[in-house]
Design a protein around this ligand. Structure first.
Ligand code: AVJ
Length: 336
């Protein structure tokens, strides 16, 4: 850096943003609709919930009295961030699905207090969120460099810049639970591929508990989760010229004790056919027929350990809140 750089130049040089989205996002929505709505058991992947309104509804969910995961995860972070910083000695934090980076500051504060913090690498599909958080965080943390990667953590992990020292890869919120067991291991293996011998994965997972507590978290009294669930139909109407009436569907959230996951569905109130115009695809629903929109897996320590080890990872710390609602796991690549 030139010694004569102005503060303005310094601020600009401290931010770098790379985008890897090229319009294939819309293709993936069309593919997912074509695949998912022509199956005998209709299904859509949960990633399509998150347009601007969906992201806003999700933020509202995080503040609901019934939705404990966000608060529990934050409480664990606040309690244990210092220990995580000391144990990892991380100079950088990679965050998969960084969003508004609401919980990130807790980790950044701890790394800064430990005197190791150099760089933050948010990875998210929403460009505006990555840009906004880069601006805010570089001004809040003097000397911090932010290298944002705009992309999908299922497809663009190889665009994450190489580590400049020990790093933490954070995958918070319990999002890993959105993947069924096979894809979950694939995603974990890909993430493990990012880790060098001095790196750690910090991952949030919701825990198995009383089904009534779980089901209330996904079917709140104010109906915010129901609106979030139906929002995916608004996304299809807008992006693919579909003619769903979201009010033709009931919101359903059930805990499946065998698979240990919450399943969200939209259940047709009456028999009807909708048209997805851009795909020239009529979709028929029987009365009471379900469309699965999300699974959200709940973990036991044993099951997480077995998923981690199938991905070549070993558990270093299992961190949980006093009520054991949620867990953060710190893991690293198994030594050969
Ligand atoms: C963002 C995937 C962690 O599964 O709890 C919240 C999404 N769905 N309420 C979760 C969600 C319904 C959330 N994750």
């Amino acid at each position: 850096m030139e010694p004569s750089s102005t503060p303005q130049q310094l601020a600009e040089e401290s931010i770098r943003i790379d985008s890897h989205l090229d319009g294939t996002g819309e293709r993936s929505l069309a593919d997912d609709v074509l695949d998912g709505l022509t199956r005998p058991f209709k299904e859509l992947p949960p990633k399509h919930f998150y347009d601007a309104r969906g992201a806003d509804l999700f933020d509202q969910i995080c503040d609901l009295p019934e939705y404990y995961p966000t608060r529990a995860e934050r409480a664990i972070l606040v309690q244990r961030a210092e220990e995580i910083a000391a144990l990892t000695g991380a100079v950088e934090l990679v965050e998969l699905g960084s969003g508004t980076a609401a919980k990130t500051r807790v980790l950044l504060d701890a790394l800064q207090a430990a005197g190791t913090l150099e760089r933050y690498i948010p990875v998210d599909v929403t460009e505006s969120m990555v840009r906004d958080c880069a601006e805010t965080l570089t001004s809040e943390y003097p000397g911090l460099r932010v290298h944002g990667v705009i992309g999908d953590f299922e497809r663009h992990l190889d665009h994450i810049p190489p580590a400049a020292g020990p790093r933490i890869v954070a995958f918070l919120g319990g999002t890993i639970g959105n993947f069924p067991p096979g894809s979950r291991r694939r995603v974990l293996r890909q993430i493990a591929g990012l880790l060098g011998p001095s790196d750690h994965l910090l991952m949030g997972t919701d825990l198995v508990k009383d089904p009534r507590v779980l089901e209330a978290a996904y079917d709140d009294a104010q109906g915010v989760t129901a609106a979030f669930n139906r929002n995916v139909l608004h996304v299809l109407n807008r992006e693919l010229q579909a003619d769903f009436d979201p009010e033709d569907f009931d919101h359903v959230a059930l805990f499946d004790p065998h698979n240990e996951w919450i399943e969200m569905r939209l259940r047709a109130r009456r028999e009807h056919t909708t048209l997805v115009r851009d795909l020239d695809l009529p979709v028929h629903f029987d009365a009471g027929e379900g469309l699965r929109t999300e699974i959200s897996a709940k973990f036991t320590p044993e099951r997480l350990q077995s998923d981690l080890s199938a991905a070549g990872l070993e558990l270093v710390r299992w961190l949980t809140d006093p009520d054991e609602l949620f867990a953060l796991s710190l893991s690293r690549v198994q030594p050969q």
